[in-house]
Write a protein that binds this ligand. Sequence first.
Ligand SMILES: [Zn+2]
Length: 465
Amino acid sequence: MIFTAPHYFKDRHCGYCKDSKIDHYALQSQWNGSKDVAIDEKESILIGTQILQMSCNEYDKLINQGFRRSGKFLYKPDLLKTCCRLYTIRTSSKYLNLSKHHRKIINKFIKLIAPNLKLPAKNTFDFRNLYEAQLESKNFKTIIEPSKFTKEKFELYKKYQIRVHNDDPNDISENSFRRFLCDTPFPQEEVKGNTQQFKDLKIENWNKENKKRIGPTHELYYLDDKLIAISIMDFLPSGISSIYFIWDPDYAYLSLGTLSGLKEIQMCDKLGYDHYYLGYYIQDCEKMKYKKQFGGEILDLANEIYFPFEKVDKFLNNRLFVIGEKGQNIIQELEVENKGEPIDYEDSDFKDKELINIAEDIYGNDEISQDAEECKQILKDKYKIKVSTLTEVPNIIPGSIPIWQIIEWFENENLDLDFEVELFINGQIVDFKLRDLIPEGRGLIIDCIRIFGLELIQDSVIMVS
Ligand SMILES: [Zn+2]
């Protein structure tokens, strides 16, 4: 991966709550009882970086550490402080519990595209018919292709943004569309794929045995040869990640957004992708309600475990959640691997246990923040490492490697000052050892390790200016 030094972004406009939340930081003020922390500021807070190059496999692991990409920008919210708590959510056909609403949408769509398909008798429903109807349809088809710009896509995007999101037409340019939904940080061979891959992605050829496409992908929906929707996705080793969905407002009656989710869950199943990633879920955001209706799992970043929705739903409530066990004694921040390989609840130690939310015990605990501050000082005194100086990343970020763990790595020699990094400076890539750098530079590398994990940084090039 090649990326610019990550940065901690504050004071950002929040597109989800439109800066309407006044309870941000409330968590902290509530916990530590202090009244002097700002409780009326409104901001979305995240760690972000520009990615120059990244493989789909690397991105897959990053998604499973709570990151998402927007074009070439990679980001992860600070779940402790941001106004809206953005949780990674994924599902699969195993979790899909079709509601009456879903069935209605599917039946309406089938009637339109395959009027001759025999629907099951009343009170029965067969999800497979959604697939059958598309196979049989004479007026509906989709084309799956690489994530490339076309005028046709742009025109639909523009119409959608103006009519559905009330965007100012002057703000919508071909370039903004390109940057947001066509450009990717992935290597050319993944972007382009090959002829066989796209042949295999035609619905009539769907098969679990096919070699899977890995790469950024657009699916174009045509009704009577008119483009009516575009689904923007990343096909990744562990699943398909949904990025954005554009639909023609003239076809609002088809509920294409929900329909595409159902179609894509089915596609994952038929093509043998394990998970369908729906991006972030925010419990108190009206626009996100549809995601919950697909069922699925929520990522607990600090434990690196996916919990089924119903196990953790009661803890979300726009609060930070970290699952723990009753009676657990919290003495420090949880150890984090940050390898992007979270386990399933079923395989975790929490299976069948009574779950509680221990976020407050960890992040509302003064001793733990003091401990982080002391550890920061030890890094500085003992190893001449000044963390947070260049990145401005706080001492404590849920789901990042705690500073105490970094010190432990130094003490156990899992990490030392001979650790090698590649930096992109003044137009060229230069190898450095940690010891060659000034304390702020060393701190930057350690911040990157805290944020992205040791493994990823070992194979990365960091751009510094
Ligand atoms: Zn917000």
